[in-house]
Design a protein around this ligand. Structure first.
Ligand code: ZN
Length: 450
């Protein structure tokens, strides 16, 4: 059904800042018109304005959360105190991973994705490796966990790219998967490709992509199998890259090169590939990523939570890597916080201000994230694009008095008031229309942690 929306402000593509009074028409899940109203001049369509839905505040295209492990939402607040590092955190994470089955994962992911919808996320990239039963036995449907995630996103009202993750070994040296990792493995990359190839969700809201968990988890000789599969499918390919210095050290010890160089040599890099984190690249790595137009997905709130470090975001962008954003471990689900952290972390690292313009952060959170997930037709308020509208209040305690261009430095996820995904209203007046998010989160997390 055709709809008209009148945005108090809307952030249009290639604009350094938002435009006031923009009429947006949608039909069949697509944007059919975008018309800024000329100030001080009566417009032809007075009756058009009468039936337009008013969107007070700033309307953005959909936000893309390009890196998610949905089940990590169960860990929020449970791993943040005390000492330790990435590796001790991982032990706690494995404990929850071991307790999930398709039903409990559906409930947890549905609630986690609905929290994302409340935060203005219209599309999520799920980096998924909990493929099999806890001891590694295949479910009757070997893609039952994937199917649960696709269903969860449908319930939550958002799009999903299922980045089906190849995870074969426990170390760069090729140690076999053991204990809680057994459920991640398919044996080898050909069997991984076989399983993934059998999963074709018949849904406009979901598509399948590929992921290499990391150079720790896929032997060098099998990297090209995964990359080749993604290439043949025209599917996005994601890979955790240099999140930890230990990964770089291990890769150098076994292969004599950095993880980035290894991926480059095996044909993994390219414009359909996204490196997640890239926190500890060398200068040569940055050049390899940029020259190949490999994207980089930064996950600043997770990287700070896990004491990973701060990646060279500006240098990677200048080298040619499009930047996208992910909430990864979901310690925080707030794309505004991720976006401003890209700039603010760079300030901490360099002790200088002003590395990224507001519209660059906006692009990372919207168009670039969607592109990294294979949705080239989303993330921009332009005719023909998917009808995603995310409206942020400009009258909350946090945003009152803030100029619209400053929203990425002021707003939080709690200021998202209205969310339309593919033309369907999912969030109205700050409430999810179909999921009681706090209650479902509480119950789903209790089920896998108590
Ligand atoms: Zn991750």
């Amino acid at each position: 059904m055709p709809m008209r929306w009148l945005a108090e402000y809307a952030w249009l593509p290639a604009h350094a800042e938002p435009t006031p009074d923009v009429l947006i028409e949608t039909d069949g899940g697509r944007i059919t018109a975008v018309a800024p109203l000329t100030p001080g001049r009566p417009t032809a369509g007075v009756q058009v304005l009468d039936d337009a839905v008013r969107l007070p505040g700033l309307t953005l295209p959909g936000l893309a959360n390009a890196h998610s492990h949905a089940f990590h939402r169960a860990l929020r607040g449970r791993t943040h105190g005390g000492r330790g590092d990435f590796w001790t955190w991982r032990d706690v994470m494995y404990d929850v991973a071991g307790r999930l089955d398709p039903d409990s994962y559906l409930a947890l992911a549905r609630a986690a994705y609905a929290e994302m919808a409340l935060a203005g996320v219209t599309c999520v990239g799920e980096f998924h490796y909990l493929h099999h039963g806890p001891d590694g036995t295949r479910y009757d449907d070997p893609n039952a966990m994937s199917a649960a995630l696709v269903e969860a996103a449908a319930h939550a009202g958002i799009r999903l790219t299922l980045l089906d993750t190849c995870y074969l070994t426990a170390s760069v040296a090729g140690d076999p998967l053991a204990g809680p990792q057994r459920r991640f493995g398919d044996g080898d990359a050909l069997r991984w490709a076989d399983r993934v190839g059998g999963f074709t969700p018949d849904n406009d809201h979901a598509r399948v992509g590929a992921a290499i968990h990391s150079v720790r988890a896929v032997p060098a000789a099998q990297l090209a199998t995964v990359a080749g599969w993604a290439d043949r499918q025209g599917a996005p390919l994601h890979v955790h890259l240099s999140e930890q210095p230990a990964e770089n050290d291990a890769c150098r010890a076994v292969h004599g090169v950095t993880p980035t160089r290894l991926l480059a040599d095996r044909g993994v890099l390219g414009r359909h590939t996204t490196a997640v984190h890239a926190t500890h690249p060398t200068a040569a790595d940055v050049a390899l990523l940029g020259e190949s137009r490999t994207g980089v997905c930064l996950c600043p709130t997770t990287e700070r939570d896990l004491a990973d470090g701060i990646g060279p975001a500006r240098r990677m962008a200048e080298a040619g890597s499009p930047l996208s954003l992910g909430s990864d471990s979901h310690a925080v689900v707030d794309l505004f916080e991720e976006a401003r952290a890209v700039e603010l972390d760079e300030r901490l690292r360099t002790r200088r201000r002003g590395h990224f313009r507001a519209d660059e952060l906006f692009t990372a959170a919207t168009r670039a994230g969607h592109a990294a997930l294979g949705w080239g037709d989303a993330g921009e308020l332009t005719v023909g694009m998917r009808a995603d509208l995310v409206t942020v209040r400009l009258d909350s305690a946090r945003t009152a008095g803030v100029p619209p261009v400053g929203v990425f430095f002021a707003a939080t996820a709690a200021d998202v008031d209205h969310v339309v995904v593919d033309g369907r209203v999912v969030v109205r007046d700050g409430r999810h229309l179909t999921v009681d998010v706090p209650v479902e989160l509480r119950d789903a997390i209790e089920a896998v942690t108590s």
